[in-house]
Write a protein that binds this ligand. Sequence first.
Ligand SMILES: *[C@@H]1O[C@H](CO)[C@@H](O)[C@H](O)[C@H]1NC(C)=O
Length: 432
Amino acid sequence: MKHAPQHRGCVMRRGMLSTRLFLILIGCCISVWYTDASELDVRLVGGDRCSGRVEVQHAGRWVGVCNHAWGVSDAHVVCRDLGCGLASSHGGVSDRLTGPPPLWLSHVKCVGNEARLKRCSHTFSRNCTNHTDVGVHCSRAPILTLPSSYNVFSAGEAVNFICTVLNGHKPVSFHLYKRGTGTPLVTQRVENGQKSVELTLSDLETSHQGSYSCVYSIWGNLLSQLHSSQSNSINIIVVDLHTPQIWYNTSQDTPAGWVFKGSSFNITCTTQPHYPGGSFQLRLIRPNGTVRHSLPALSSSVTFSFPSAQALNEGYYCCLYKVQLGERMFTSRESQPLPVSIRDTDPLLSPMVISLLVSAVTFVIATGIMLISFRMLCRRKKKLAELERESRTCEYSTNSAGRPVIPLPFHSLQCLRLTGVDNTYVVLTTIK
Ligand SMILES: *[C@@H]1O[C@H](CO)[C@@H](O)[C@H](O)[C@H]1NC(C)=O
């Protein structure tokens, strides 16, 4: 019981091992087939590069191809393999080899869309003769052209390619491929065997930069489409100029946007990416005209130096980036305007002096207010004290004279009012 799981594990491991061995074996077979196949090569003899008798390289020499089971699908693959479009005819050849080659490629069976003849199933045979050799006439690869005289484009633009089939076929569609991608970026169907078509790649981005080629396709067997070999390739460049940034610095500490007359200041323009041969243009907009300065963009930023600021340096500064690529001039948008105001360095007007003055005045006013309130407070206190003393005096005087007491508020007021006379007795008799 205890050993059973171990045993089962062992069986499983064995099973996995055999699966792995099987996979390795298959891998070996594939690689052997592949390696063997990669030794094969194909050529057309007795005509030109794209027509003639078919020969394949085998074990270091060229051998013929036997017409056993040879068909148009096989001929298409030969033409594609040679970069010659698709086959326009296939069959026997007039120009035959004289000496009997000992070996032929035989029973070639292509589906029609294989990239190389060597990918199709085949055998080798010694039972063929020079009269069974096959020949192929290819239509040649399509031709890709750019109607524009330039190949540098700005981001957002569209590029029109033209793909043309030279002869032989009635294409059903054309495809534009970017090198390194397996699926076409543009596909255009055509009617009535149109030989030439415009393939438009619109709204260009920098990722579209690269090498392009086109392919046409025709109807194959079973309503499948057969693709030709690729055309020549055309490289396009996509330029995306960003709006430059602008800022300034000055040798003196000033509020934003100020530069003191006579002091030095620098205006810096920067952008990404930059191209060889680019330049920065600095534009100063003033009420009485525009001034332009230009400096080559040796790096992604450039500094315009102004050693001594003058009134004529005042205005709004903008920068832009320009570059000539191919025969086209590309210009970025202008940066945000940067206002620069040239100020006199008069110390009376300098902000430090102004702030000192303001502080001093505030101090004086505050002190004055404090003094006045303090004095008012003192006087009030003193008056209250006096009032109390006087009223007491009044009451005392009244009482000592044996007269009836005067109601207090009135009495106090009288006393207060006549305190200045400094004679209580007189006051009281006056009231009576
Ligand atoms: C302006 O730039 C120059 C060199 O580019 C530098 O020597 C100078 O110190 C700069 N001046 C200021 C105010 O930053």
